[in-house]
Design a protein around this ligand. Structure first.
Ligand code: NAP
Length: 331
């Protein structure tokens, strides 16, 4: 699947183009992977723009990239044998040819394959790094998490509880998702940001304020969280999805001076700076998945030709939990 055009504002299916090409022979040190699952992620929207960022833009006319999982079907690398299940970064295609050094062999016995792109992948790690390093939690904290029914948020709420939160509040769009926050993902309170002022809803759910906020949304959510923060509070800036399709700069919070008065901290994070935590996180998360104390969901879309609509869906809230594409090679 190639980038056909750079979107202005909301991407459309016309920005993508499906092409069929021969799979090249692997060179020495390379493997061929039959991709069975691929991930679509909000950060990919930024890569569609030709603008400097922490990761290079997608090239026009070239296949897109992103996390994927599959089975090694040919190998010219001793370290990664045929039959291994691997994750790598050449998604958006059914077969990938890559250097073995760019693949991570995973243990399919530890968790279902798709979990390696969700709770055991970078989305789960993002929740863990945000709540242990970027905005480190303390026992008894009141914690607020936005995009709470999504991939990062659905893990983060349960993790906050495991890390000792006294109250965990989540926000999401619509009644089905807020119900899911309470019934499945262990939140104590669920705010529907489409139903009235988020600031008022947050003040009601946390009358004495919040200690930690994991921000995936920016805009009104960040403004509300800064307003609700207690002295010494901590905010992890993880994402700002409310502005990803903006064509003019979105208004920022107008209450940042409160951070000074509250001696509060706001810190950004990139999960790629926390990959050293992967073994620790996978050890914990795989055990919690196995004992049922970490509940996760996926929204699955079938076929490479549906990958653009899955991606547009994740930007617009079509997903609960991790948005994944199951590829036709997944027999
Ligand atoms: P996700 O939460 O599974 O999916 C995105 C969700 O954002 C949608 O389901 C939608 O849920 C919500 N959303 C969309 N527009 C919104 C708006 N205007 N206001 C409020 N919510 C909106 O995606 P994810 O992969 O877990 O990522 C969550 C956030 O973390 C994203 O901002 C992403 O860029 C960021 N992230 C950052 C890093 C890092 O290294 N810094 C790593 C991973 C992810 P609703 O239906 O509830 O609106």
């Amino acid at each position: 699947m190639r980038l056909a055009a750079r979107p202005v504002g909301q991407p459309t299916p016309a920005d993508f183009e499906l092409a069929t090409v021969d799979v090249p022979e692997p060179a020495d040190g390379q493997i061929v992977v039959r991709n069975t699952w691929m991930s679509v992620d909000p950060y990919m929207r930024g890569r569609m723009d030709d603008a400097p960022s922490y990761i290079p833009p997608f090239a026009l006319g070239a296949a897109l990239e992103g996390s994927a999982l599959g089975e090694v079907v040919a190998s010219r690398a001793a370290s990664v044998p045929v039959g291994a299940t691997v994750t790598h970064f050449l998604g958006w295609r059914e077969y990938a040819v890559l250097d073995a050094a760019g693949a991570t062999v995973v243990d399919p016995a530890l968790a279902p394959p798709e979990a390696w792109l969700g709770p055991l992948g970078t989305t789960g790690l993002t929740a863990y790094a945000a709540l242990t390093r970027t905005a480190p939690m303390r026992e008894g904290d009141v914690v607020f998490i936005s995009a709470a029914a999504g991939a990062v948020g659905s893990v983060a709420g349960q993790l906050a509880r495991k890390l000792g939160a006294s109250v965990v509040i989540g926000s999401a769009g619509g009644p089905a998702k807020t119900k899911k926050l309470l019934d499945t993902f262990g939140y104590d309170a669920a705010l529907d940001y489409r139903q009235g002022s988020l600031g008022e809803q947050l003040a009601q759910a946390a009358p004495d304020g919040i200690d930690v906020y994991l921000d995936s949304v920016g805009g009104d959510h960040l403004q509300a969280a800064v307003g609700a923060l207690r002295t010494g509070g901590r905010i992890a800036l993880v994402g700002a999805i409310s502005g990803y399709n903006a064509t003019t700069p979105a208004p920022g919070p107008d209450n940042l001076y409160q951070l000074a008065i509250k001696e509060a901290g706001v810190r950004g994070m990139l999960v790629t700076s926390h990959l050293d935590l992967f073994p620790e996180w996978i050890g914990k998360a795989a055990a919690w998945l196995a004992d049922g104390s970490l509940r996760t969901e996926q929204t699955v879309v079938d076929g490479i030709e549906q990958a653009p609509s899955a991606f547009l869906g994740v930007l617009n809230g079509a997903n609960t939990g991790k948005m994944l594409v199951r590829l036709e090679t997944n027999r």
